[in-house]
Design a protein around this ligand. Structure first.
Ligand SMILES: [Fe+2]
Length: 305
């Protein structure tokens, strides 16, 4: 019986998991099914979303092929600069606006910076609807400031995936300049991400990890160093790192391998991160204006939130 169990685990567990990762574009595996079912239903109900505007069509195509894309317009530049200017002046007034994790704590971003709505009713919204082929909603939004705090990259500065449902699209709104010197985000395409997940599972078979009773921290550390080595050796020329003078919208699939925020000494990086999900209805902006878009949990437990 034990041998049969081991056999099943060795030959079924990892291939089965990878099949679901491919299908639902998330490491949640089969548990992501309700999110995908809700998404397909939203697409059926939103036939009125219509044609994708020409302004965002190349970015939508790129996103569908690669799992990431960027957009930048004079309006996104202007609104980003306005937000950054407010934050800078709060800083120079000596206010404590960032917590230890670099998150903006002074106020809810949507309520504090109402011009953000223009970005979403404008080009960001056009893009997201073009990708989803249905309406969308925002789960949470938080500005971040990255500064040099350690000698080596740690946490989200190492290659990782966010592990939320595959229907989740992340948006990094770059409020200031981003480039290699200030830890501009780097990502792999979805195809390369999936290839790396396959290699990783060959290296660390789930049933072997379970049998070895390793802690989550230990598993994460081993995985991060494996991914770094593999990417540096075999995928180095396939890493994407878009640059901007400020105002860029960087969209990427939530489970894409990515990292960012390890800045050179003396430089800083200001971004605002948003999590978006497909929806049957247009985004409830009046609700966002009233209650903001704080992060209550990592991801919505109900896709129909
Ligand atoms: Fe992340």
């Amino acid at each position: 019986m034990r041998r049969l169990k081991t056999f099943i685990k060795a030959y079924v567990q990892d291939p089965g998991w990878l099949w679901f990762v491919r299908k639902y574009k998330t490491r949640m595996g089969w548990q992501a099914r309700p999110y995908e079912v809700y998404y397909q239903q939203a697409k059926r109900l939103c036939r009125n979303v219509g044609e994708i505007p020409k302004t965002v069509l190349p970015a939508v195509r790129q996103f569908n092929e690669q799992g990431w894309a960027t957009l930048q317009t004079p309006e996104t530049e202007e609104i980003a600069a306005e937000i950054l200017q407010v934050m800078r002046s709060e800083e120079s007034d000596g206010e404590d606006i960032w917590n230890e994790a670099g998150q903006y704590i002074k106020a809810d971003v949507w309520r504090k910076f109402p011009n953000l709505e223009k970005v979403f009713t404008g080009i960001a919204g056009e893009f997201i609807r073009g990708v989803y082929e249905c309406e969308y909603k925002i789960w949470a939004g938080i500005p971040y400031k990255s500064q040099r705090q350690a000698d080596k990259p740690t946490g989200s500065q190492l290659w990782h995936f966010d592990g939320k449902p595959g229907t989740c699209i992340n948006l990094m709104y770059c409020l200031g300049p981003v480039g290699p010197e200030n830890g501009a985000m780097e990502c792999m395409s979805w195809e390369d991400t999936y290839r790396l997940f396959v290699l990783e599972r060959k290296q660390f078979r789930q049933w072997e990890l379970e049998a070895a009773k390793l802690s989550k921290v230990e598993v994460r550390a081993r995985r991060a160093s494996f991914l770094k080595e593999k990417i540096d050796c075999d995928f180095a020329n396939r890493v994407n790192q878009p640059k901007s003078n400020g105002g860029m919208l960087f969209f990427f699939r939530n489970n894409l391998l990515h990292k960012g925020g390890f800045v050179s000494s003396g430089t800083e990086r200001f971004v605002c991160g948003f999590d978006m999900y497909p929806s049957q209805n247009p985004p409830p902006f009046d609700e966002y204006r009233a209650r903001g878009i704080p992060k209550t949990t990592n991801y919505p437990k109900d896709p129909d939130f």
